[in-house]
Unconditional design. Structure first.
Ligand code: HEM
Length: 399
């Protein structure tokens, strides 16, 4: 690791701070387009004070996500650059490289295979219908619908009691914080989450096998600590993303009602619309971090071994080199090779599950509430300043 990559404040201050000051809004900061055109690889300073490279063009983002010379294990090595307040847990899928990553991924790839996940679709559909009932008088779509759906799905698949959701939600909220002043609370939150899941895993080991994913993992050679880190990662990755996306998707469709009305009239477009909404709606105003294992040329610069590189999926998905009219929401866009679910060995494990949740969520809401509208102008709504971002609330009325 070079000192310049990690030392807080060690800059001549024309270095951009990330997230940008105009992040956390519906439309992407204009800085993304400027960087794509003028400086496709640029040094930025993270909130934790680390200096890292940022790449913004589609091809470069794809390369950094998928090329084994850019390591995820390096992100948790001692002295590694940090993006936010919390340190990612070592030994999980997102923090290991092949061959360790391949070994871990094999343990769960069966449980999340498209065939097994597709079998859950009727049950997910039923949950969507049930939760949609809760909006009959209007309310906050995030709290009433978008959060409970993926939480209930991932809890059931993993074997985590749904009744415990209040406890782990509070910890998860803090664990993604970008407020450096909250460091001690964030660390306490992560410790609480590990302790909670640790207790759960110990109980499951004693109780013997049933048929959920944690029970399957208990039967593998994973140590207790490995299993707990793995489970925390699945629990968090398995709901925070989908919940934010459901809320943002509905808000985006209602922001220009013609999109909502088109899907009401043509519900068969929902699968293509979900892909387009994934491309259009960025989940993070930061980027996916990797650490170079050797010197690598990318976007016209040489990234030195040990330096951090952030790949902005949100920016890649708006790159005119990859998508004609990238700032238009085109519900029938094809082809649509967006990077919202990543690329390469770390491609989203829950991709198929996410697609089912998003499609069924939209279908249920379109069917039940064709006249749905926001209770307040969506441009006035607040975005959460966290690593995996989305709207803080989406108050809606049925018509
Ligand atoms: C709309 C919803 C979702 C989005 C947009 C999303 C996005 C992503 C992205 C971009 C990555 C790759 C990150 C990187 O390469 O650095 C990823 C990885 C991952 N996702 Fe998702 N995800 C979603 C839902 C889910 C769900 C429902 C699960 C449930 C199991 C899940 C589990 C994971 C896991 C475990 C990884 C790490 C995979 C690995 O490193 O091998 N995700 N996700």
């Amino acid at each position: 690791m070079t000192d310049s990559a990690t030392t807080p404040g060690n800059t001549t201050d024309d270095v951009l701070d990330i997230p940008f000051p105009d992040a956390f809004a519906f439309d992407p900061s204009p800085t993304w387009a400027r960087l794509r055109e003028e400086a496709p690889a640029v040094r930025v300073r993270t909130l934790a004070g680390a200096l890292v490279w940022l790449v913004t063009r589609y091809d470069d983002v794809r390369l950094v996500l998928a090329d084994p010379r850019f390591s995820r294990a390096g992100v948790v090595a001692p002295g590694a650059p940090r993006v936010g307040v919390s340190r990612p847990l070592p030994g999980t899928l997102p923090t290991t490289d092949p061959p360790e990553h391949t070994r871990l991924r094999r343990l769960v790839s069966g449980a999340f295979s498209p065939r097994r996940v597709e079998a859950t679709r009727p049950w997910v559909r039923g949950l969507c219908e049930e939760l949609a009932d809760g909006l009959a008088e209007g309310g906050d779509l995030r709290q009433v619908f978008a959060l409970p759906l993926p939480i209930q799905v991932i809890c059931t698949l993993l074997g985590v009691p749904y009744a415990d959701r209040e406890r782990f939600r509070e910890w998860v909220e803090l664990a993604y914080s970008l407020e450096v002043s909250e460091r001690s609370r964030v660390e306490a939150a992560m410790a609480g989450l590990l302790e909670y899941v640790g207790g759960l895993v110990a109980r499951k080991r004693r109780a013997g096998r049933s048929d959920d994913v944690l029970d399957e993992l208990c039967a593998t050679p994973l140590t207790h600590d490995e299993l707990v880190a793995f489970a925390v990662n699945l629990l968090v990755a398995g709901h925070e993303t989908s919940a934010n996306q459901i809320t943002s998707f509905v808000a985006t469709l209602l922001r220009d009602r013609r999109h909502w009305e088109r899907l009401v009239a043509e519900p068969g477009l929902v699968p293509a619309a979900v892909e387009e909404l994934m491309r259009f709606t960025r989940l993070s105003d930061v980027g996916q971090l990797r650490v170079a294992l050797e010197d690598v040329e990318v976007a016209g610069v040489v990234v030195r071994a040990g330096e951090g590189v952030m790949a902005s999926i949100g920016s890649a998905n708006r790159d005119p080199r990859a998508f004609p009219e990238p700032d238009e929401l085109d519900l029938t866009r094809a082809p649509n090779q967006h990077l919202a679910l990543g690329a390469g060995p770390h491609f989203c494990l829950g991709a198929q599950l996410a697609r089912i949740e998003l499609q069924e969520a939209l279908w249920a809401l379109l069917r039940r509430y064709p006249g749905l509208r926001p209770a307040r102008p969506v441009d006035e709504l607040v975005w959460r300043r966290v690593l995996v971002s989305g709207l803080a609330e989406l108050p809606v009325v049925p018509e």
